[in-house]
Design a protein around this ligand. Structure first.
Ligand code: C2E
Ligand code: C2E
Ligand code: C2E
Length: 89
């Protein structure tokens, strides 16, 4: 990647997340709600998360960060750009 290009962001689609069955999305939904609460950021349709948070979520879901990113993309909660954000993992 170009040294001038900004790091790709991990942006959770909160509307899509709220439509998913709880068995799948429950842990991610609770994690996102905790971050929203810590930031006092309740009004967004999306939530930008830290790269480090994807590592934590991967432990929670018992997958690698790359596998989990693919799963979240298939659910529609991350867009394809997120792939570039985990390339460095
Ligand atoms: P903190 O990590 O000590 O960060 C303090 C403040 O620094 C944050 O207040 C925010 O204004 C700013 N800050 C830190 N890192 C970033 C960043 O990457 N981008 C931006 N734009 N600002 C940043 P804020 O937002 O009120 O968050 C309060 C506390 O909530 C944070 O304290 C942290 O403990 C927790 N937190 C907030 N968002 C996240 C998150 O996405 N992941 C995790 N793991 N913790 C978070
Ligand atoms: P962006 O990062 O591409 O975000 C585009 C829009 O997505 C934001 O427009 C906001 O409506 C939404 N968005 C993204 N992440 C979050 C989130 O975690 N919470 C909420 N509630 N909304 C989110 P907005 O706010 O008008 O910001 C426009 C641009 O300004 C952003 O584009 C970004 O480039 C910059 N910006 C805004 N806030 C921050 C910040 O805290 N840190 C940095 N570095 N840039 C910011
Ligand atoms: P961003 O605000 O555009 O920040 C991009 C990257 O710059 C962050 O990636 C992080 O590596 C670095 N950075 C920005 N501000 C700080 C800071 O105060 N302290 C430190 N140590 N590093 C900082 P990262 O961590 O992957 O975060 C991605 C995006 O998640 C951020 O984009 C921001 O939109 C959101 N975010 C992360 N943490 C917080 C937070 O504590 N509060 C808020 N409001 N947003 C956060």
């Amino acid at each position: 990647p170009s040294p001038l290009a900004p790091a790709p962001k991990l942006v959770i689609d909160l509307e899509r997340l709220s439509q998913l069955p709880k068995e799948k999305a429950g842990p991610l939904a609770r994690y996102a709600a905790t971050i929203q609460s810590q930031r006092g950021d309740y009004n967004g349709k999306v939530l930008s998360i830290r790269q480090e948070d994807l590592r934590s979520l991967a432990v929670i879901y018992d997958k690698s960060p790359v596998e989990l990113t693919e799963e979240f993309i298939s659910w529609g909660v991350l867009d394809a750009e997120a792939r570039r954000a985990v390339e460095s993992f």
